[in-house]
Design a binder for this molecule. Sequence first.
Ligand code: DGT
Ligand code: CA
Ligand code: CA
Length: 601
Amino acid sequence: MSTNGSIPFDISLVVVQKFIMENAEIARIFYEIADLLEVNGENPFRVRSYRNAADVIDGMPESLKTLAQKGEDGLKGIHGIGDSIREKIFELLATGKCGLLEEILKQMPVGILDILRVSGIGPKKAGALYSALGIATLEDLAEAASSGKLRLLDGFGEKTEAKILRSIKSLKAMSGVFKLSLARPYALTLTEYLGKVHGVTACEAAGSVRRWKETAGDIDILAACDNAEVVMERFTTHPDVKDVIAKGAAKSSVMLRVGIQADLRVVDEKCYGAALLYFTGSKAHNVALRDMAKRKGLKINEYGVFSVKGEKWLAGKTEEDVYKAMGLAWIPPELRENKGELIVAQSKKTFRLLEIADLRGDLHCHTSESDGSYSIEDMAFAAMSRGYEYLAITDHSKAVGVAHGLNEERVVAQMERIDAVNAKLKKRGKNFTILKGAEVDIRADGTLDHPDGVLDRLDLAVGAVHSSFNMDIKEMTARIVRAIKSGKIDVLAHPTGRLIGAREPYAVDMEIVMDAAKKHGVALELNSYPDRLDLNDVHCNLAKHKGVMVALSTDSHSVYNFENIIYGVHTARRGWLEKADILNTMPLSALLRHIRARRGL
Ligand code: DGT
Ligand code: CA
Ligand code: CA
């Protein structure tokens, strides 16, 4: 089939962009195009150009819709985005649609897109499944895997079948749930838009988005305004609304084009704080608060705190007022899960959780030497512009062939290059240091993919599992513990290997891993990439209780990915982590001392 003849789109027709399509959604469409072209065996360069563009867009800090408002030139000069893709971005922003994608989908079942989300099935395998067995939907695939038909094909065995079935199960569990990195930009756009409506005095996202839960079921928005009708009208007629589910005086619900539901509640300014608290949840937090109120002779609801006796209204305008009336300190939304926060808030003035400004550097990133897209210098300048003091370059080791992992010789050469760049930075008077690091693969037997001599010369060695994910819990735990016990790694990266909604964590006993990490002074990473968030919030809390340091890193593959740190910071906060629990809140000298001490030097 030929997909080169995409529907022509005239950029000059675009006057104002009408849709609030966010970068994440645009990137997703380009990923889909790349995958479908590849399923179809199209020119690899064309495939790569769409995938690269998606990577760039996914990691961009500026939103394309804002840049596009500057007119045709607004999207010029973005590295990796050529004329043809730029045209499609304008098309998406103007029409919410992409003619090329529609064209491709006319000739290919739409179910292929679901199949591509199954872990371990790339475009080539999806193409083979479709042409050999006619597998066109997730149901077809599940049926073929459970009846043992898949193993008849080259490259599929009994183990793959089991893995595919597991992955389909986790995909189904994710249906109707969205990664925070998709929901949050929509929530921000809508609150900004509604905040500008005349008469609105406050507007923000509540619910799981405000609590920074890693996934969100929907977007909850709260606004204070004495003219609810106007706000409801603006909300339900927003260009990105696909269907209006309900429209009332106090609450409306809509379905956005992207597939996420958004609820808006409009309340009186006087009870905005009480309503914000109530609709932020979690439900468990609210229930516990209500019980506590009862014990204190009070009543709490979305309108305020009341004394039970005289039905007297005590507080409601701000959250601080409401918590104060309950005898509590203001509780950060990330902690509102009824995991002890109410008890702590009784005896505390303020919670002092980790903040983004506490971070002094990043300890995990890649350059174009392995699977990143930028040079050492580019990555260093991006880190510097965030106000960091250091950045560890941690490219892959040779076992990770798909990522062009480095062998000993290349690591040594890279170390020399880093020395040279550091010398240059020093000469220019920059207070910034690039750390010589590596993300060394932990092989199936727990040995490391670089020789000890190389690891000893690094400033920071980050160990990680990249293969043989299907070991049983005993084997996997022993493998990771062996790597920790080697004394040669300083950080264990993405400790469970999960990809939210795409790959289950591997079976590993986190308590045993953490006990070994504590004993050998190894830090566990919280990988901030929004698909990973690994360690998760619960693990972070476990690390805190066990006294294991957490390394908060972005695993950046591009200069834009450093921004992802916000997802890591808030996940850490959900795990109750404070500045002292995080390795990279240390100034450089303290960090280097810490690593030397760990290595027994
Ligand atoms: P989600 O949407 O599944 O990611 O999670 P939430 O926490 O955003 O839940 P959602 O959207 O159903 O409701 C938003 C907030 O409203 C929730 O966190 C607490 C409050 N809420 C909802 N239903 C109830 C309820 O039955 N009782 C109480 N106390 N609060 C509720
Ligand atoms: Ca919600
Ligand atoms: Ca809701």
